[in-house]
Design a protein around this ligand. Structure first.
Ligand SMILES: NC(=O)c1ccc[n+]([C@@H]2O[C@H](COP(=O)([O-])OP(=O)(O)OC[C@H]3O[C@@H](n4cnc5c(N)ncnc54)[C@H](O)[C@@H]3O)[C@@H](O)[C@H]2O)c1
Length: 332
């Protein structure tokens, strides 16, 4: 394990900026950092197609600064980064299907705006620790399992190509300009505050919504392997990455609980105490951009930071359903 500061004390009083801070993972990170005493600025454009939701940060609304701003706005970003010590860069267009129907928007947010942010960072807060939310999508269809960081990158959709470029810019700016960036390649992340309105974030969201509304949901194929990370585990990984000096300039897989989709569907029904699903073939337009089986080898991050996922799927699904049962109206 590395010689890193402890999350319990390191963020107290520190200026922390989260792009995408009103989104699913960004807001959960914000709640945790508020608990740790950080001086928080959340940047989000609240585009209705994405996962941003002011309700996500309701418990800390009076303790954080919120800027409804767009990371594509070069001057705006420069004005907001003054004094930033930690930049958690999570703002993104996350829908794989939308990236195929509107590739230019995906390019603008997931690629070009990343360059904008890094240029601003280099000028305005060159000492800031930067953690970028990358994705396992950039590997494409795995050649072997579990997938480690040495696996070739061969994205199967526009989103994957742009996220790959966004990640590469972070590492390039580290190597060339000394920007203190780390990239975490997340897998399917789920939990309270995720977007459940539609499948733009992950299929898990629509499954949760369906069982809560007493409807059956669809499982495509069902034999595929996925690993699922509960959001609190992902948040812990962001905090530890930001504090590990040896993580600067590096990329890490972050995994979770590995199971077949049919088993996951059973777990959703069990966690809800009822419900059902149908198994069918992949729709053709989805099949073309599907990655098949995936689960991560995240040994590198575990060994460096001592991190490991702590919340198994059964428990994470139960917590998620409890949350949405209470707050469903805020997410539809
Ligand atoms: N949830 C997952 O399973 C998963 C998996 C792999 C990677 N990731 C990555 O994690 C990050 C967070 O994802 P999430 O699941 O919380 O999604 P999310 O949609 O809930 O969060 C993204 C946030 O970014 C904001 N945003 C989008 N474009 C913006 C722009 N131009 N300017 C300002 N804000 C903008 C959105 O409004 C949203 O609140 C993303 O970078 C995503 O690619 C997520």
């Amino acid at each position: 394990m590395s010689d890193a500061a402890e999350p319990a004390t390191a963020f107290a009083g520190a200026r922390v900026v989260i792009t995408g801070g009103l989104g699913f993972i960004g807001s959960t990170l914000a709640l945790r950092l508020a608990e740790l005493g950080a001086d928080l600025l959340l940047i989000d454009n609240l585009c209705p197609d994405y996962g941003g939701n002011l309700f996500n940060v309701a418990p800390i609304r009076d303790r954080v600064s919120i800027e409804i701003a767009d990371i594509r706005d070069v001057r705006g970003m420069r004005a907001l980064l003054g004094g930033c010590r930690y930049l958690f860069n999570l703002a993104a267009q996350t829908s794989h299907m939308d990236s195929m129907t509107d590739p230019e928007t995906d390019l603008a947010i997931n690629c070009r705006a990343q360059l904008t942010l890094l240029e601003a960072c280099r000028d305005i807060c060159p000492e800031a620790r930067v953690v970028y939310a990358s994705t396992r999508q950039i590997y494409g269809r795995p050649h072997y399992l579990p997938v480690d960081e040495k696996h070739p990158l061969h994205p199967v959709d526009v989103n994957g190509v742009n996220k790959m470029a966004g990640e590469a810019y972070h590492i390039l700016f580290h190597d060339v300009y000394g920007v203190r960036a780390t990239a975490l390649r997340l897998t399917n992340t789920y939990g309270p505050r995720m977007r459940i309105k539609d499948a733009r974030q992950t299929f898990v969201g629509v499954w949760l919504r369906a069982v809560l509304e007493g409807r059956r949901f669809e499982v495509w194929n069902g034999t595929q392997l996925r690993d699922l990370t509960y959001v609190d585990d992902a948040v812990e990984a962001f905090l530890l990455a930001a504090l590990a000096p040896a993580a600067e300039g590096a990329v890490f897989n972050i995994g979770g609980d590995c199971l077949r989709l049919a088993a996951l569907a059973d777990a959703v029904v069990a966690a809800n105490g009822g419900g059902g699903f149908e198994t069918r073939d992949f729709p053709a337009e989805r099949k073309r951009i599907d990655i098949g089986d995936y689960y991560a080898d995240d040994t590198g991050f575990r060994e460096l930071t001592g991190w490991r996922p702590r919340v198994a799927a059964a428990e994470g699904l139960r917590r998620s359903l409890d949350y949405f049962r209470t707050h469903l109206a805020e997410y539809l």
